[in-house]
Design a protein around this ligand. Sequence first.
Ligand code: NAP
Length: 258
Amino acid sequence: MTRGVLDGQVAVITGGSRGIGLAIGQAYRAAGAHVVLAARKADGLAEARSELLGVAAAGEVHTVVANAGEPEQAQRCVDEAMERFGRLDVLVNNAATNPYHGELIGLDPSRAEKTVRVNQYGMIAWTRCAWHAWMAEHGGAVVNIASVGGLIVDPHIGYYNATKAAMLHLTRQLAYELGPAARVNAIAPGLVKTELARAVWEVREPILTEKLPLRRLGTPEDVANAALFLASDASSWMTGQTLVLDGGALALPIGVEG
Ligand SMILES: NC(=O)c1ccc[n+]([C@@H]2O[C@H](COP(=O)([O-])OP(=O)(O)OC[C@H]3O[C@@H](n4cnc5c(N)ncnc54)[C@H](OP(=O)(O)O)[C@@H]3O)[C@@H](O)[C@H]2O)c1
């Protein structure tokens, strides 16, 4: 059903070497797109590229070593995408960092600054590059990977969640500022089985899922399916919105923990 919906388009995906970003790369390529994967480590990107090219699809795969929190590296990545493919239709702001666990009272300035720089300012810096390079003139779609944590209070990762809440607001703000040329939407995933969250789900999966309406944690492919919808014309009248994918966790009655 989704084959060909991104035929000939080009997508840049930050944090594209594993987990949710890699699954989005797989879905976009299967839908006909050329993909540009950005991450900090070259070896992870090389593995990701081989994995994508191992699946038959027409789209090329280009990789760029770039930190999502460094605006000049965002510019270099977008420049490379434009040089290689001549267009940039979809930007997925997926990379995030979470350097601090604990109560806000103990948060130090350096980890606070890093969290904002990568998660919150990063999405603006990358969007600006994509906008000037292609989207202002030709249109496009921006997909921001936030978190259901941006909608709730958590005892351990409150500051990371605050940057995710900011992403949801900035998604609406950018939708207002960049329309009608570009659409900007977000996804707020619940707990997804990736490296990032391994310590949370690995030893407690049965407990975490027993009360969830859908009785399972998320997979990177669950998020990729939504990211494909938001990149494609199937969502052409949708901007400034957040899709929550959480197995029903937010639908639980108060007092019932998922
Ligand atoms: N997993 C969950 O339960 C969950 C839930 C809600 C939201 N999310 C969100 O989903 C997104 C993807 O998370 P994930 O679970 O797929 O994580 P993951 O499996 O740990 O993958 C993270 C990816 O981002 C890259 N990365 C990390 N820091 C980066 C930086 N500063 N600049 C560029 N790339 C960076 C990593 O490669 P390098 O290390 O080589 O840079 C890797 O490719 C994040 O925004 C996360 O907040 C995840």
